[in-house]
Design a protein. Structure first.
Ligand code: NAD
Ligand code: ZN
Length: 358
């Protein structure tokens, strides 16, 4: 089964194709949108070893001439240094402004490649081929591209929409379970903020999803991607509605930073979603039953619902106050009011914040 979601934005409309075997159709999908010729694929050794040959094959048979550039695996590659090396490599190869650049990999490759595509010669056509669950439901959609500057996450970036997003869900079969769980946190997030049907599906199917049943994963990926597309369509420039995507992230970023990034993003977001849900319950905005359901689905994904370290609360408070999710000096929390609806609050009493962090 292949799903096509159309993203309609002011400057550009493009399809997000999700399904089994989409990688093999990428050549034809791109040929519909771009005249054939040279294309550059950027990937890392882990993903390249598994999927670069398949991608170059489909591109070649659709009349393209692909060249593959590999950067080291890991968040450290999302840097100005790596971007600089890529500009030089593209210039050496005499890559022109009309040559599409394809990102084959997870969020790191997508963010880095998108940043380079947005800026090389003031912008070249860009294609996302996300291969992690997180990238297929979150980072691959929405047009936010960036690199880190030193320790500052996503400090230099742009809004730059791709021509096409091609998500082959069979690539998730080789993804380590840890990364499946990481992405599942964002799938749960999408369900809680906007999609009660997806939420019920997750409640019924979590063990099957973690076992990487591709049909089940494909359904979940397409529903979660649809949530992201809907939100982005309504707030392309991140000025309003898009803040609901930060559910679990106000606390989550604090957890990541207090742990010195030893706690992974998905794990931190899981802890953050649990804390935000407890806060919503404490404020009388969420029923006890819905709180239970949210905590249960997070735990079913093998993700934690509280901070493991004792007495972490003061450090977390300090970290939150340093985070950028602050509105006029006030902490902003995205709180669930039911399954599928959230609301933003900036007036939460610090004592209640400390209480739900315990
Ligand atoms: P990642 O890109 O580092 O991928 C995780 C690991 O899985 C890597 O080692 C990668 O090589 C490997 N991998 C990827 N696909 C694989 C496959 N199919 N089989 C086997 N291994 C595979 O991590 P991620 O979680 O995908 O992305 C994290 C990044 O995304 C962060 O830098 C974060 O800031 C960014 N992000 C961006 C947005 C956005 O809107 N642009 C949103 C959320 C996160
Ligand atoms: Zn996230």
């Amino acid at each position: 089964m292949t799903y096509q979601i159309h993203v309609n934005l002011k400057e550009r409309s493009y399809p997000v194709c999700i399904g089994e075997g989409v990688l093999g159709q990428t050549g034809d999908l791109l040929a519909e949108r771009n005249s054939s010729g040279r294309v550059v694929v950027i990937t890392n050794p882990t993903v390249g070893r598994l999927y670069a040959a398949g991608l170059t094959e489909t591109l070649t048979s659709s009349g393209f001439e692909p060249e593959v550039i590999t950067v080291p695996d890991g968040e450290a590659s999302k840097s100005l240094t790596t971007a600089g090396k890529l500009y030089e490599s593209l210039a050496r190869r005499k890559v022109e402004r009309t040559t599409p650049i394809l990102a084959l990999g997870g969020g790191v490759i997508g963010d880095l490649t998108g940043f380079v595509a947005a800026t090389y010669q003031r912008g070249v056509p860009f294609v996302q081929i996300p291969t992690t669950l997180l990238a297929q439901v979150d980072s691959g959609i929405g047009g936010k591209v960036a690199v880190n500057v030193g320790r500052l996450k996503n400090m230099a970036g742009a809004f730059y929409q791709p021509r096409l997003v091609a998500s082959d869900t069979t690539t998730l079969l080789t993804l380590p379970l840890k990364e499946i769980r990481n992405g599942m946190a964002e799938v749960i997030k999408s369900a809680v903020i906007h999609d009660p049907v997806l939420f019920a599906f997750l409640e019924a199917n979590m063990p099957v999803l973690l076992n990487r049943d591709v049909k089940t994963l494909t359904y979940a990926v397409h529903r979660a991607a649809e949530v992201k597309v809907n939100v982005v369509e309504q707030d392309e420039g991140d000025r309003g509605l898009r803040h609901i995507l930060n559910f679990g992230h106000t606390f989550g970023h604090a957890v990541e930073s207090v742990s010195n990034f030893k706690v992974g993003h998905g794990t931190a977001v899981a802890i953050g979603m649990a804390a935000a849900s407890r806060m919503a319950y404490r404020l009388g905005m969420l029923s006890g039953n819905d709180l239970e359901r949210i905590l249960k689905v997070i735990m079913a994904a093998g993700l934690p619902v509280s901070m493991v370290a004792k007495n972490a609360s003061p450090a977390l408070m300090r970290a939150m106050l340093h985070d950028k999710k602050i509105d006029n000096g006030k902490l902003k929390f995205i709180l669930p009011t039911g399954i599928g609806t959230v609301t933003a609050r900036t007036d939460v009493n610090p004592e209640i914040i400390a209480e739900v962090l315990r």
